[in-house]
Design a protein around this ligand. Structure first.
Ligand code: MTE
Ligand code: MOS
Length: 780
């Protein structure tokens, strides 16, 4: 069997850099994929409904639970006082009670949880609960919180040079404000957990979560039990988008508390309305800026205040607001800057991670600044963007002191998209179109993104994996990442296949489980593949090392002469198929299982001093979007968008293409149609698809051209030199908002100022158009 044509020895299929299909693609579309709700229910399973507060801020004077307790099918009615362990599950600091204690701090907060034999019985009983409140004063918006100095944590400032002085002494100066809306995650699968009692009071919890270890930690905490008796498992989520980073803990804890109280399996599958009312969203921001610049639009100094509405608790808000600050430069060099992030405490739901984790809010703020500079100078915004790009001598350090080591990539991407989108000609055509048409107006905008990759909390930048080789040569991989549709399991299988040099269909990636890989960080910050991919690789290498040692002895050669290639292993003049090697190694008592652990090198961040290298590297992209508005109704369409994103070194170009398309559309939705609206009492009134508009097939650009840029493998030693992709392209959706603004400006021949907050709903577009028309009529 010494020659490569022997049976079983053939080039591998499905290694890295190939666009193989998502391991669950067919199961997703045929409905065969098992989500948490599809796990066959055990006999005796109970179902959960929660009673939510309808007050933003109130003291609970008392509750009448008697009727609910006696209602048909009810097995348990729980309040905060029934929690056997610690009832606070704040992921970083306390402040997130699993059920409201004596005070409610937002409308939508869970006060009572009921378990009953059917879901409708549970819902009926939850409605029978009477809660008696005494209203307390409520702070609802970020601006109100700023005035009241109501914060969940102290403000933080990045400072370079004397920004105030630089602004004051610049030839030109502008200041302004921007309201940036939040966003509901609208994962297709709402929050869900299924808790199953085991012996000794242990629990197995199936949870739709990006962070099984955090769910395990929280469940152990509320039950007052050690973590070793709590196992959390997640095969896949029907979308997470950051909404399942910290939030699943509460859902799982409620299910676990009820399972513990009843000794029955308990499933808590949230109704869409309850999910939207009860769980955190993207932070909305109030932005204020002062900027000084020269006649070319080049920024000399910028002062910016970013006030994020955190809601009633800290949750992950420090990281989110910090990331907004880290991205308030986006692609632009700011010679002097003061950037302050405020963490506003309000009596609204505690906002949380959402794709980009605050980055998009920082990016949109500085994109507004650059756009306003261009408009004030009557220049094409693309030229002002170019004038401010990182690059050139001395123009390569961020306001927080991190060098931008590859600054020229931004200009390169802009060059390519300017060509590919035919930007200059289309600008001329659009001007001509606008001159011809009075009702319909077009706009065009280009925006870049530079997004920092790594958790800014250093210890989260680690990952582990567990790899088993079985005696038939099949391989099972488990790792600390979770699958939410982004394809991490496919990429991990490709990486293991590549390293072992076996066909990808010999590798199975199994459900994320805290009893297989413990203490894993959340799958977030776009770093899932970077972190877990390296851990998988290291685990595989350990096994390969053992096999090489064994085969060297067995075949009378040296380990360095053992080669894994083409579904086979070559040792000296022997060649064996991979299954043969697995079997032989087993018979010779060689361990075929290993863990791997990886920690990202080079990164550090001193939050006290605001200095360091918080990111391993940056991920960059650009987009050009065209908008068409109806000036009589404010309605709009996007006739075309061109997107170019850096996916160099990609593990799987097909998956990455999907990530870029999806992220762009999700970003476009955030800044255009998705509007969260709270009434004057702090009650969210857009808590269902009937009132909350996510992008649809009609919103997506009609001519949507997405290209992966692949010319520059990662200069850092990432797994197969790939680059993270999950979040960065979301920020390119901001070009859609600026295209709308450009179209509105065209109403007044680009002579009048335009103010357009985000999201630019048809209503906002219409009001902005009316505002220009009024100014024109007034001759001002
Ligand atoms: N893609 C799909 N289909 N579904 C998701 O929930 N979440 C995004 C992104 N892409 C998400 C997604 C977010 S918020 C992040 S941080 C990354 O995927 C996480 O996965 P990764 O680190 O493996 O890229
Ligand atoms: Mo993504 S917001 O980091 O889960």
């Amino acid at each position: 069997m010494a020659d490569g044509s022997a049976p079983g020895i053939k080039p591998i299929s499905g290694g890295v850099h190939l666009g193989i299909e998502h391991e669950s693609a067919r199961k997703h579309v045929t409905g065969a994929a098992t989500y948490t709700d599809d796990i066959p229910e055990l006999p005796g399973t109970l179902h959960v409904a929660v009673r939510l507060s309808d007050r933003a801020h109130a003291r609970i004077l008392g509750m009448d639970l008697a009727k609910a307790k006696q209602a048909p099918g009810v097995h348990a009615v729980l309040t905060f006082d029934d929690v056997p362990g610690d009832g606070d599950i704040g992921p970083i600091l306390p402040g997130d009670p699993v059920l409201a204690p004596d005070v409610v701090e937002y409308a939508g907060q869970a006060v009572v949880a009921v378990a009953a034999e059917t879901l409708s019985q549970a819902r009926a009983a939850a409605r029978m609960v009477e809660v008696f409140y005494e209203d307390l004063p409520a702070v609802l918006t970020a601006q109100e919180a700023m005035e009241a100095e109501s914060f969940v944590s102290p403000s933080l400032t990045f400072q370079r040079g004397d920004a105030a002085q630089a602004v004051a002494s610049a030839p030109r100066r502008l200041s302004g404000t921007l309201e940036v809306g939040g966003q509901d995650h609208f994962y297709l699968e709402s929050h869900i957990a299924y808790a199953i009692p085991k012996e000794d009071g242990d629990l197995l919890v199936h949870s739709s979560t990006q962070h099984p270890a955090e769910v395990q930690h929280a469940v152990a905490k509320v039950l007052g039990r050690p973590m070793h008796g709590i196992a959390v498992e997640c095969r896949r989520m029907g979308g997470g988008f950051g909404g399942k980073e910290s939030q699943p803990a509460q859902i799982a804890c409620i299910a676990a508390l009820l399972a513990n109280a009843t000794r029955r399996p308990v499933k808590f599958r949230m109704d869409r309305d309850d999910d939207m009312l009860m769980t955190g969203k993207r932070h909305d921001f109030h932005v204020r800026y002062d900027v000084g610049f020269d006649e070319d639009g080049r920024i000399q100094g910028m002062e910016m205040d970013l006030a994020g509405r955190c809601g009633m608790s800290l949750d992950l808000s420090n990281g989110v607001v910090d990331r907004a600050m880290f991205h308030a430069d986006n692609a632009y060099y700011l010679p002097a800057a003061r950037i302050t992030g405020h963490r506003c405490k309000t009596h609204t739901v505690s906002n949380t991670a959402f794709r980009g984790f605050g980055g998009p809010q920082g990016v949109i703020a500085v994109e507004e600044v650059v756009d306003e500079i261009a408009r004030s100078l009557g220049k094409d915004p693309l030229d002002v963007r170019r004038a401010n790009l990182y690059g050139g001598p001395g123009r390569d350090v961020t306001p927080y002191g991190m060098p931008v080591e590859e600054p020229d990539i931004l200009a390169e991407l802009l060059d390519q998209i300017e060509r590919d989108s035919d930007y200059r000609n289309r600008r001329t055509e659009i001007d001509a179109f606008n001159a011809r048409n009075t009702v319909l107006k077009k706009g065009l905008a280009v925006t870049p993104v530079k997004f920092g990759i790594s958790f800014t909390v250093k210890h989260l930048n680690q990952a582990a994996a567990l790899v088993h080789v079985y005696t038939d040569g099949s391989v099972q991989v488990n790792h600390g990442g979770t699958e939410m549709g982004q394809g991490i399991h496919t990429k991990m299988a490709q990486i293991a296949a590549q390293e072992f040099q076996i066909d990808v269909d010999r590798v199975k990636v199994t459900a994320s489980a805290t009893d297989k890989v413990p203490n894993a960080p959340p799958t977030a910050a776009s770093a899932g593949t970077d972190l877990n991919g390296q851990a998988v690789r290291l685990a595989v290498r350990t096994i390969k090392g053992r096999l090489a040692d064994f085969l060297a002895e067995h075949c009378h050669t040296t380990p360095d002469k053992v080669e894994f290639r083409d579904n086979a292993v070559f040792a000296g003049n022997h060649a064996m198929t991979f299954p043969e090697v697995a079997k032989l190694a087993y018979l010779n008592r060689v361990s075929l299982s290993s863990t791997g652990h990886y920690a990202t090198p080079r990164i550090w961040w001193d939050r006290e001093k605001c200095e360091g290298r918080p990111f391993f590297y940056f991920s960059c992209g650009v987009a050009v979007t065209e908008a068409l508005i109806d000036t009589l109704t404010g309605e709009y369409r996007f006739p075309r968008a061109d997107v170019l994103h850096d996916c160099s070194g990609t593990i799987n170009p097909a998956i990455d293409l999907g990530q870029v398309e999806g992220a762009f559309v999700q970003g476009l939705g955030w800044v255009t149609c998705e509007e969260l609206w709270w009434d004057g009492q702090g009650r969210l009134r857009t808590h269902a698809p009937s009132t909350y508009k996510i992008p649809t097939s009609r919103t997506i650009p009609e001519d949507f051209r997405v290209t992966l840029y692949t010319a520059r493998p990662n200069r850092e030693d990432t797994v197969f030199r790939s680059k993270a992709i999950g979040e960065p392209p979301l920020m390119l959706g901001i070009s859609a908002w600026l295209a709308l603004k450009d179209a509105v400006a065209a109403v007044g021949g680009h002579k009048y100022p335009v103010h357009l907050d985000a999201p630019a709903t048809p209503e906002r577009v219409l009001l902005a158009v009316e505002d220009i028309k009024a100014r024109m009529a007034a001759g001002g």
